[in-house]
Ligand binder design. Structure first.
Ligand code: AP5
Length: 182
């Protein structure tokens, strides 16, 4: 199974991705986690990403696409994967589709977790990750509306999109995701 979890910051992509990964035995691939690991390791890629991340802006497409290409070619991703937070721009969506089409391994579904702005701010202010401060959260939401949300149309046109209400009990949302991919 090749899935993509799509949604605004704090919509539960990581929470639901972890559960799916456990149940289906395929890796959750989060570009946010990969980037944070690169920053922590002090690699050249991490240094390039750090400024954008601390401000809540998107890291450059070529950096993120290169990182995903490498990760999806690792052995554990052979049977499938759950993308969390990628793609986030039209450029990333096209690069992903081209890469998977060339390998004859198309995406099965894109799950859009729909959560309103007030709920997101409440969740993220409670969590306190390094980029969970008010100014950065506001910018992440702005970047999501202007650069990422429009990409939903790309997947809708390709008949890959299912929107699921991302507010409520974690297990109830999970059951709705499973129903959508059954
Ligand atoms: P990233 O790490 O992907 O952050 P994000 O998209 O802002 O998402 P979050 O991890 O904050 O939220 P989530 O949707 O995973 O929700 P979660 O399950 O954690 O990206 C960080 C930065 O990296 C970006 O700003 C950008 O700079 C860069 N980046 C990443 N990918 C990139 C890309 N593709 N291109 C360019 N740049 C990229 O839940 C959030 C909280 O809510 C948790 O506390 C959780 O416990 C809680 N929660 C979850 N579900 C529920 C529920 N149903 N009810 C109540 N609380 C809930």
């Amino acid at each position: 199974m090749r899935l993509c979890l799509f949604g605004p910051p704090g919509s539960g992509k990581g929470t639901q991705g972890e559960k799916l990964s456990e149940e289906y035995g395929i890796p959750e691939v989060s570009t946010g986690d990969l980037l944070r690991a690169a920053v922590a390791a002090g690699s050249e890629l991490g240094q390039k990403a750090q400024e954008a991340m601390s401000q809540g802006n998107l890291v450059a497409d070529d950096v993120v696409v290169g990182m995903i290409r490498e990760r999806l070619h690792e052995a554990d991703a052979e049977p499938g994967f759950i993308l969390d937070g990628f793609p986030r721009s039209f450029g990333q969506a096209e690069a992903l589709q081209e890469m998977l089409a060339a390998e004859g391994k198309p995406l099965h579904r894109v799950i859009h977790l729909d959560v309103d702005r007030e709920e997101i701010i409440t969740r993220l202010m409670a969590r306190k990750r390094a980029d969970d401060n008010e100014a950065t959260i506001r910018n992440r939401l702005e970047v999501y509306s202007s650069q990422t949300r429009p990409v939903l149309e790309y997947f809708k046109e390709r008949d890959l999109l299912t929107t699921i209400q991302g507010v409520g009990e974690v297990d109830e949302i999970y059951a709705n995701i499973k129903a959508a991919i059954a």
